[in-house]
Design a protein around this ligand. Structure first.
Ligand code: SF4
Ligand code: SF4
Length: 179
């Protein structure tokens, strides 16, 4: 199998994310409550009993790229929050599927730090819908996740573990640090 360059893989990942986000936006999101008028913005990202998003190595590398572009002080604050989350919620390389956590990528006033360029697929799918029937179907998320899985295999030569966001970023993202 010819290995895909990570840069090319990140472009493919971006294409999968954008097409998934377009589908959600055009066909489902209009039935959901607007996050702009939410009384508890970020509750969905900061609820340590709710967030259970798992991501792959390539998605963690994409998140690392966004964090790398932040000014140094802000970047280091996020790195610290990520380390805190790994420790506080007992997240490690061996995933425990039922473990939940508060996401360290949420910043009050800004929202999701990776919203534009590296938001994970389950986060794109998530919104507050009145009726479960209005939600984007799980098969849609499954298809997009399978496509990301295939790009991971082509890039890293084999299947990659799915880990909670803080653990995946800590393990796979190569974020610049000052010391
Ligand atoms: S998804 Fe729901 S809880 Fe989260 S910000 Fe939007 S409206 Fe608020
Ligand atoms: S990645 Fe962004 S949208 Fe997803 S849980 Fe974290 S802050 Fe929320």
């Amino acid at each position: 199998m010819k290995i895909l360059a990570e840069k090319k893989a990140l472009e493919l990942l971006n294409g999968i994310r954008n097409s998934f986000a377009d589908d959600v936006r055009m066909n489902y999101e209009h039935r959901a409550k607007s996050c702009l008028t939410c009384d508890t913005p970020g509750a969905c990202c900061l609820d340590e009993h709710f967030v259970n998003v798992r991501i792959s190595r390539l998605e963690a590398v994409a998140i690392g790229g966004v964090l790398d572009s932040l000014p140094i002080e802000r970047r280091e604050a996020v790195i610290e929050r990520i380390a805190d989350a790994v420790e506080r919620f007992g997240l490690d390389d061996r995933d425990h599927p039922l473990k939940t956590y508060a996401c360290p990528l949420y910043e009050r006033g800004t929202g999701c730090l990776v919203h534009e360029k590296a938001k994970p697929l389950p986060c794109i799918q998530h919104a507050c819908y009145e009726s479960a029937a209005d939600l984007p179907p799980d098969e849609m998320l499954d298809r997009a996740e399978q496509a990301v899985h295939a790009v991971n295999i082509r890039t890293y030569g084999g299947p990659q573990p799915l880990l909670p966001i803080p653990a995946a970023v800590e393990r796979f993202a190569r974020i610049r640090q000052s010391s």
